[in-house]
Design a binder for this molecule. Sequence first.
Ligand code: BT5
Length: 240
Amino acid sequence: MREIRLEEIDSTNSYAKLNLDNLADKTVIHAAIQTSGRGRLNRKWVDLGLGNLFMSIVLKPEDKYAASFANLTQYLSVCLCKVLESYNLKPQIKWPNDVLIDGKKIAGILSESVVQSSGKSKGIILGIGVNLNADEQSLHNIPDKIATALNVEIGKQIDVDIFRHELINEFFSNYDSFIEVGFEFIKQDYILRNCFIGKELNIQLFDEIKNGFAKSVNDRGELILMDNDKELVLTIGDIL
Ligand code: BT5
C-alpha cells in the first residue's frame, strides 16, 4: 500500500483518474482540502473544513472482471461501519452504501471504473469522504440531506490521520478475500447493519420512482423489492 498526501486538490477521485497510468495497485490518495468533491450523478461532496477525510483508493486487480467489483462500495461501507463501531457508535447502512448515524449521513462513497478505448479495464477508483470534524452550523448547510460528523456524535475532535489508517487497515485486511468471494463474504455483516429491510421504500431510479416493500438483499448485493406480488431486483438506485 502506498500513500500520496495532497494539500489541496479539486477531487481525489479526479486526481487518481488523471494519474491512473502512473499509480500502482492499492495506492491511497488523500487531501487536506478538497475544493470540488464529487458525488454520484454530478452531485457534490461538501468539504466541511480541515480535519475531514477525503481519500481515493486506486485498485488494479489482476482479475480485471471479477463480479465483486460491483460491490466494492458495499464492502467499504461495512469497513467504515466497523471503524465507527470502535468509537462506540451504531452506524447503519442505507442501500446501497450510505453510512448513517441515527439517520444522518456521515460519509459518502463513489466508485469509478476506468476503461481503455479497447474496453480493457485500467482500474477502479474508490473514493470516500467522511465527516470527522465539522461545526454543527456547516452541517446544516449541506443540501438535501441531514448530515452529521464523528466529532459531533462523540463530543471530541478526531485525529484524521489515525482515523484514515484505521479505515485503510480495515479495508485491506480482508480486501483480497472479498475480491475472490464477492458480496457473500460481507453479506451477513452488511445485513446486520441495514436500516431498510422490512420497510416500505420509494426508490429513485433515474427519472422513475419505484415503490415497494424491501424484502431482502440477495447474494449479489442487489435489493429485492416487492411491488404487490411482483419482485423487482435493483442493482442501482437511491432510497428516498
Ligand atoms: C456520495 O454521493 O455520497 C459520494 C461522495 C464521495 C465523496 C468522496 S470524497 C473523496 C472522493 N473524491 C471525490 O471527488 N469524491 C469522493 P451521493 O450518494 O451522490 O451523495 C451526494 C449527496 O450527499 C449530496 O447531494 C448532498 O446531499 C450530500 N452531501 C454532500 N456533502 C456532504 C457531506 N459532507 N456530508 C454529508 N452529506 C453530504
